[in-house]
Each structure stands twice: as C-alpha cells, then as structure tokens.
Design a protein around this ligand. Structure first.
Ligand SMILES: [Zn+2]
Length: 259
C-alpha cells in the first residue's frame, strides 16, 4: 500500500540520495533511512503475510549441503527404494523425551515443540521413536499378523527400511481423542492439526500426507513425524513441498528395492 506519506518519503529519499541540499556531498544511507522512517512512522506498511516473508529459498537454500544417503545425516532419505545402509545401522546419541527415544538434536526441538503446543492448549503425546532393526522386524511382524500383508505394506516398513531406525522419526498420540491414535482420523484431531501447521517451526515434517502417497509409498500417517532440522522443514513449508523424495529428486514409491 502506497500512502501519500510514503510517496513523500520516497521523493525525499531520492532527493537526499542524489545529494539534495548538500552540494553534491554524500549522505550516509543510514541517515537517509532514518529520515524516511521518521517521515513514514505515522503510516506504517501493513504487516506482511507470513507466506510473504523472505524464505531461505530466496536466500539461496542449498539442497546439497548435507548427505541424503548417510543414515547419520538429518536429511537422509529412507523409503522403500532406499533402505538404511548398513541395514543394522544404529544412532549413538539417543536420548529419551517422555520415555521415547530420539537422537539428541531431535530431542531439543521435540521438547520445544511439545512446550509450544501445550502453550496453545494442545497435548501431543510422544508414543514411539527409535526402533532398532530387530525392533522394526518385530513391529512389522505384529502388524502383518494383525492386519495382513497388504495392510502392513502400506503402513509398516519392512526392517531396514524404516525411518524410525534413524532416530529422526517418531509417532505421536492425541490426548484429546485417543480413539484416533495411529488412525487416519488423527490428522483431524487438535494434535494432528497442530503438528501439520506448526511442526516445521521445530524442524518436523508430517512425512506421509494425502498429497504425497504415491511419492512416499505410504498411506497418509498424520502421526508420523520426521525431523529434518528447522532450515529444511521451514523451506519446504514455505515452498509447499511435502516430500523429501520430491525435494531431493530421489525415487520412492510403493515398490520395495529388490535385494
Ligand atoms: Zn512412524
């Protein structure tokens, strides 16, 4: 919005930069900006919309800065085409948050996120974080036994192919509606809506969404959060990108890599 005051300020600044009134001598830019500020303070520009704020993309976000194949990297891509290598890899810096194991860097952001949600009256309950190869094998076998192979293929990774093994992912429950825990309706709970809206502020993605099912190879899981760090998560949110596969240009999908 251009106001009369703003236009006057622009004209004044243009005059000042051109050396107006100073016999051609230079006017410090800081001084000119201070004058402009003084002239416009009665007619401030409206607050920019959050989406209109400068993004890291505009600052030249470097998508090659970290490895996407090293299981220790915050940006590692693990999917049905990309198992952990080696398959029995385990993190060495696990810590517990509310009884759930995640890597140290994740824990810091997770604690901050839980606190921020609580301040909004939303109680997110961490349920399940790091799983070893053997732990994932057991979890997968349990799902398969309970719901059958086809269901397990859509919701539960084969051992060696789970993000949970990286220590960078966790599942969360809803305090307000426990009947939606690990259910599609979690996304509509207060907790599910909060993590979808604010998770990126703390470095987390809702990894499997209705938009990226084909790309990720998983049905939507509003409860499965993957930590990638605040820079990448914030950039993806600002750019409207929902999958790591899309961002890094690596294959995913529902077919497992032949081993
Ligand atoms: Zn999960």
């Amino acid at each position: 919005m251009l106001t009369v005051a703003t236009l006057a300020a622009v004209a004044f600044v243009t005059w000042a930069i051109a050396g107006g009134g100073q016999g051609g001598g230079a006017t410090p830019v800081a001084q000119v900006e201070a004058w402009a500020g003084a002239l416009t303070h009665t007619a401030p520009e409206p607050e920019p919309e959050p989406d209109a704020e400068p993004t890291t993309a505009e600052a030249g976000f470097d998508l090659t800065a970290l490895s996407t194949t090293d299981p220790a990297s915050p940006w590692v891509v693990v999917n049905k085409q990309h198992p952990l290598t080696p398959s029995d890899w385990a993190p060495d810096d696990l810590v517990a948050v509310d009884g759930v194991q995640v890597r140290a860097a994740v824990a810091t952001d997770l604690e901050a996120m839980l606190e921020a949600a609580a301040a909004d009256g939303v109680e997110i309950l961490p349920r399940d974080g790091y799983r070893s190869y053997a732990g994932q094998a057991a979890a997968r076998a349990a799902v398969e036994q309970r719901r059958g192979f086809e269901h397990a293929e859509r919701y539960s990774a084969r051992p060696g192919f789970s993000e949970h093994q990286t220590g960078l992912a966790l599942d969360v429950d809803s305090a307000s509606n426990p009947s939606c825990d690990l259910q599609t309706c979690f996304a509509q709970t207060a907790e599910g809506r909060w993590v979808a809206e604010h998770g990126h502020e703390f470095g987390f993605l809702v990894r499997y969404t209705p938009e990226n099912t084909e790309t990720t190879g998983y049905a939507p899981e509003g409860w499965h959060l993957r930590w990638v760090g605040r820079d990448l998560a914030g950039w993806m949110h600002a750019e409207g990108r929902t999958s790591l596969e899309d961002v890094f240009g690596v294959p995913g999908g529902s077919t497992y890599l032949e081993q």
